[in-house]
Design a protein around this ligand. Structure first.
Ligand SMILES: Cc1ncc(COP(=O)(O)O)c(C=O)c1O
Length: 178
């Protein structure tokens, strides 16, 4: 077995299910679940047709004009880390790092750990309307960073990165890239 599996945390929806155990909605009320985002509507014909037309295989995706459909973004978020992280690390001392916002969607952490990286969490800052302040990340952490997950609008904060925030982020990661 892959020993890195031992580093994974229990899945949060399992914890949530345990917390909900025995809780019943008040009589006469119909609960609206905000618990988990699951598609409730049929897939639009436009998407079905495009998927069916591509069953024979995909050409390389052009990121400027195309979107890659995946079976849930979890799959893509996980697979991306396995592809881009080099677990042998960089020249900078220490194992590779995957930068994640905090709070965060759990797959960032699991993907980082199974790719052989260490997750490093950048806290949402209430004084910035819960945006992360990436300028507080030390240079030695940037030097080991191989992947940065950015979530905009943030979940659960709803914080949206402005164009200036994106520019700052690209400038920060460029200036520390080895
Ligand atoms: C921030 C974030 N990332 C990823 C996911 C996973 O999405 P999917 O159901 O498309 O795999 C969710 C689901 O709620 C999410 O909130």
């Amino acid at each position: 077995m892959n020993p890195l599996l031992k580093k994974l945390q229990p899945y949060p929806f399992e914890k949530l299910r345990a917390l909900f155990k025995g809780i019943e909605p008040r009589a006469g009320f119909t609960p609206i679940s905000f618990g988990i985002g699951e598609p409730k509507h049929p897939t639009p014909a436009l998407i079905r047709d495009a998927v069916i037309a591509s069953l024979d295989g995909l050409e390389a995706v052009n990121p400027a004009t195309q979107v890659l459909p995946v079976s849930g973004s979890r799959e893509a978020l996980f697979a991306l880390a396995q592809k881009v992280v080099d677990s042998r690390g960089t020249d900078a001392a220490g194992p590779p790092i995957v930068l994640c916002p905090n709070p965060f969607y759990q797959i960032y952490e699991g993907a980082a750990l199974l790719a052989g990286a260490e997750p490093y969490f950048v806290n949402s800052d209430p004084s910035r309307n819960f945006a992360c302040d990436y300028s507080v990340v030390p240079d030695h952490i940037w030097a080991r960073t191989q992947l940065l997950y950015v979530c905009s609008p943030g979940n659960p904060t709803g914080a949206v990165l402005t164009l200036d925030n994106w520019r700052e982020l690209f400038a920060l990661s460029d200036s520390t890239a080895s």
